[in-house]
Design a protein. Structure first.
Length: 172
């Protein structure tokens, strides 16, 4: 799923269209909500494809503020905090191997995972010579699903530039 954001009265090509998949959109709009709530609250359904958005004046103001956040370092500080928060999320147990590192279900057995010989480097790391899981690479843990929502200032900049030139926008 993605968020297709269309400019209502674009002033340039940059203001015609902006797109993020849901993974990128949620932290992007989350940034707007956290740092510019007075404008973001005017689009309460911005995390859906319902056509919500901002009028021309509010979109222009949001774009200008986002660009100022980038220029002053506010966005970089937020990005650092956000990425540190993602990195601190505990790993989840692998559901495919039951957090053992060796997949022994029907699929695992069919593909020889319980008896698969490990590469020497992996065997040293895992403390065993055999047994594999394609879900966790034999490590029993996987990155938490919550860590799949990236944030990057370049994406924020592209959105800010879109806002400035959009003439207002709708999220479809």
């Amino acid at each position: 799923m993605g968020m297709d954001v269309y400019g209502k009265a674009p002033q340039s090509e940059k203001g015609e269209y902006f797109r993020n998949n849901v993974w990128w959109w949620r932290p992007l709009w989350g940034y707007c909500e956290e740092n510019h709530y007075d404008l973001a609250e005017k689009a309460p359904d911005a995390h859906s494809n319902s056509g919500d958005g901002l009028d021309a004046d509010d979109a222009l103001e949001l774009g200008k503020r986002l660009l100022k956040d980038i220029e002053t370092g506010v966005a970089l500080e937020w990005q650092t905090r956000y990425r540190n928060a993602l990195a601190s999320i505990p790993m989840d147990d692998c559901v495919y191997c039951g957090a053992t590192g060796i997949r022994t279900d029907e699929v695992g057995v069919e593909h020889g995972m319980p008896t698969r010989e490990l590469e020497p480097e992996k065997a040293l790391l895992l403390g065993r010579t055999h047994g594999w899981c394609n879900g966790c690479h034999g490590e029993a843990k996987v990155v938490s699903f919550a860590a799949n929502y990236p944030f990057d200032i370049r994406n924020l900049q592209a959105f800010a530039e879109f806002c400035v030139d959009s003439g207002g926008f709708e999220i479809c």
